[in-house]
Structure formats: C-alpha cells, structure tokens
Design a protein around this ligand. Structure first.
Ligand SMILES: *[C@@H]1O[C@H](CO)[C@@H](O)[C@H](O)[C@H]1NC(C)=O
Ligand SMILES: *[C@@H]1O[C@H](CO)[C@@H](O)[C@H](O)[C@H]1NC(C)=O
Ligand SMILES: *[C@@H]1O[C@H](CO)[C@@H](O)[C@H](O)[C@H]1NC(C)=O
Length: 246
C-alpha cells in the first residue's frame, strides 16, 4: 500500500511539471540578441495555437472563444443604455505582422507589443435603456473589426517555489491598444432592422471616439483573460525550462 502511495506521488509530481513544448523556441538569457529571439519565439508560439495545447492549458486561438463567464458590460440603464457583450469569439489572433518583446529577469517584467493584420470580435449583444424617449430592448449579434491593431501588454511576474522548482505567476498586468481603424457591424438594435445602415455608418465615422470609450474597459477585460491563460502555462513549466542560460 505504502509503495502504491509512493508511486502515485512520484507520478503526480512528475506530471504536473512539463518541459517546454518541443515546437516552442527557447532563448538564451545570456545571449545579446535575447529580446529579438524572444520576440520571434512568442510570435511563433502564438501562431502555432491554431490548434490548442490542452496539456499546457493553452487554448485554440483561431478562432479564440472567450470563456462563457467573460462578459463585458457598459453603461447604465437609468441614465442611458446598458450594453452587454457575451459569447465573444475572436478571429485573427494567429495572423501577426510584428512582435516586439522585452524581458527583464531582474524586474520580472515581460513587455510585449504585438501587431495583428486584422482582429475581429464577434459577440452576442444586448442593449437596454432609452434613446430620447424610445425604449431600446435589443438582443442581437454584433461584430467589431480592428485594422492593424497593436496590443501593448505588460505582464508582471512573481516567482514562487513548488517542489524545489521555481515558477513564475503573472499578475497586475496591463494593456493598451492602438489601431489604424475600427469598423462596427451593429444590426437589429432597433425594431424591424430600422436604422441598421445609418447606425453602423455613424459608428464608423466616429470610430475614434468609440474606441476611446472602449479603452476604459476593454484592455482591462482582455488582460485578465490573457493572464489566466498564461498562468495555466506558467503553472506547469518551471522557470528553468522557459529559458536557456539560467
Ligand atoms: C446609474 O447612474 C445613476 C447616476 O450616476 C446612479 O444614481 C444609479 O445608481 C446608476 N444605476 C445603476 C444600476 O448603476
Ligand atoms: C511597445 O510600444 C511602446 C509604445 O510605442 C514603447 O514605449 C515600448 O518600448 C514598446 N515595447 C516593446 C517591448 O517593444
Ligand atoms: C470625437 O472626438 C473628437 C476629438 O477628440 C471631438 O472633437 C468630437 O467632438 C468627438 N465627437 C463626438 C461625436 O463625440
């Protein structure tokens, strides 16, 4: 019985720790072109996630389906319109034009700027409230397209020990988003599809104002989603496996 317990413990310890996926590039921390290598490695790893790596907790990114509980809400019914975005699906995360990463072991900070060709968010959408005197009560599907968006992401890492090995955990991340242009596809907000064309046209003309409004909530929402996924990976792969030259 004791032997069985021992074997079990060995198995559990062995399998919660994983090596880097063999298809992921590893970079040497002591090398002078470390940041450049890391930029390529991260871009390459993201582009491989057209298929998920479930043993590493890494999801399929093309398309990426946000977790059911990831719901984005704006506004206030009493003073305007309350909007709710849910069942969010993202297309374009694996078509990267440029990645620029820098990592400091001393500050335990990973900076990432990723420029995508196009990112498209599709989601279920509800809007409730009043516009002038008319009630709005919509339940529909919408899409938002970002042309050449750059996501600037900062992950702050804390180091901890588990079974004599060091691991990182990301927390208090931040992100910021810039883009060449955003376009909106909001249909069936009003009864019988009226104003459909006019609404999207008006939103597209004012895309800078709308994205400025989104900036207050959107990046915070997404960084928490990315951080959870990244931590699933970091939980399994110890620091000694992440880099060469440690
Ligand atoms: C909506 O905003 C008003 C004014 O700021 C506030 O008094 C009210 O509590 C808010 N309602 C909700 C549901 O947040
Ligand atoms: C990301 O872009 C910002 C703004 O242009 C810049 O300040 C920062 O140094 C960039 N970071 C990396 C890792 O390239
Ligand atoms: C959009 O933003 C610009 C510049 O920030 C501002 O001048 C303009 O009045 C805004 N338009 C709307 C419809 O809010």
């Amino acid at each position: 019985m004791l032997r069985l317990v021992c074997i079990f413990i060995v198995l559990v310890t062995c399998c919660t720790t994983l090596k880097m996926p063999s298809s992921f590039k590893k970079c040497n921390l002591r090398s002078s072109d470390f940041d450049e290598c890391l930029s390529n490695a991260i871009q390459d790893a993201i582009q491989q996630l057209k298929e998920p790596l479930p043993e590493y907790g890494l999801p399929k990114l093309e398309p990426y389906e946000a977790p059911k509980e990831a719901i984005l809400e704006f506004g206030n019914e009493t003073i305007g319109i309350r909007q709710k975005y849910f069942n969010v699906k993202v297309k374009g995360y694996t078509k990267i034009e440029k990645t620029s990463a820098s990592f400091s072991l001393e500050h335990k900070r990973l900076n990432l700027n990723i420029t995508f060709a196009n990112v498209r968010y599709e989601s279920d959408f509800e809007a409730r409230g009043r516009l002038i005197f008319l009630p709005i009560d919509a339940s529909t599907k919408i899409a938002i397209n970002l042309k050449r968006p750059t996501f600037q992401i900062v992950f702050n890492l804390v180091e901890y020990e588990k079974g004599n090995l060091k691991y990182f955990r990301a927390r208090d991340g931040s992100s910021h988003m810039e883009m060449e242009k955003a376009t909106f596809d909001f249909k069936n907000i009003f009864k019988k599809g009226c104003l459909d064309g006019e609404l999207s046209e008006m939103m597209n003309e004012n895309w800078e104002n709308i994205t400025a409004y989104f900036q207050k909530t959107f990046p915070k929402f997404w960084i928490s989603v990315y951080e959870r996924k990244f931590n699933k990976f970091l939980e399994k792969v110890p620091v000694s496996e992440l880099f060469d030259g440690l």
